[in-house]
Write a protein that binds this ligand. Structure first.
Ligand code: GLP
Length: 244
């Protein structure tokens, strides 16, 4: 789907999420959402907050699982995704904090494997993700599934690419401060979501989006796996769609 601006696109995506939440509410069921961080989804979250305030959209039946977290950042670290989600969304809506799941970046290394298994198991027990929101890295990563990630990869500790670390350098005040690893939901769980929406804005993402959408399905561009998903949308602004 193509939109004139990121604002317009974000409104449409927030509308879709709100419709899902309301639908589940009317069934007395929970909406299980997979959420993403980064600059790209910020306007979607802002729009959901607006709908909560002005239209009474409630998140009491919403359960969330975030894609990833830097290892090993604590939940209060400035660049942690725990903090990002609290600031950009959770603290401003009526969601139950106990329903908000984000990989724990502070676990001792020997507990990470078990944690990852449980994270996926928890999602499965709730019937899977109803909706997965995604951004895309300039190297084609989704979540922190870097190039080379297998289509069946599980939730795991991933070593970050140089491109990914370089893109995060400003935020961390220098490359040396960027963590070398992150815990990420695997490709397999993303592909099992009932609906996947990947967002990308701006010229700097145009080339990788072109490869993901029109190029071969390859582990070198993990987002290209989404071509094999039966209910996926790439939501783009015009400048990002320039190479398609
Ligand atoms: C990080 C996140 C990804 C995100 C990507 C793009 O690597 N782990 O989930 O999609 O950055 O970030 P941005 O939206 O800021 O361009």
């Amino acid at each position: 789907a193509l939109y004139a601006s990121a604002d317009e696109a974000s409104r449409a995506v927030a509308e879709e999420i709100a419709a899902l939440i309301r639908q589940k509410q009317s069934e007395g069921a929970s909406a299980v959402l997979g959420l993403a961080t980064g600059s790209t989804p910020k306007k979607v979250y802002a729009e959901l907050i607006r709908m909560h305030r002005q239209e009474g959209l409630s998140f009491r039946n919403v359960i969330t699982f975030n894609l990833d977290e830097y290892y090993s950042l604590g939940p209060d670290a400035l660049q942690s995704y725990h903090r990002f989600m609290r600031e950009q969304l959770f603290d401003q809506i009526d969601i139950d904090p106990a329903h908000c799941h984000i990989p724990d970046g502070t676990l001792p290394i020997q507990e990470v494997y078990q944690f990852c298994l449980q994270y996926e198991q928890h999602i499965r027990e709730l019937g899977g993700l109803d909706f997965q929101l995604l951004g895309i890295g300039r190297n084609g990563h989704i979540g922190f599934n870097e190039p080379g990630s297998h289509v069946n990869s599980h939730t795991r500790l991933m070593t970050l690419d140089q491109t990914t670390r370089a893109d995060a350098a400003t935020e961390f005040g220098g490359l040396a401060n960027v963590p070398r690893k992150a815990i990420t939901l695997g490709i397999r769980a993303i592909m099992q979501a009932k609906r996947v929406v990947l967002l990308a804005w701006g010229e700097h993402k145009a080339a990788i989006v072109q490869q993901a959408v029109e190029g071969p399905v390859t582990e070198s561009v993990p987002a290209s796996y989404l071509q094999g998903h039966t209910n996926v949308a790439f939501v783009l602004d015009v400048s990002c769609a320039a190479s398609l």
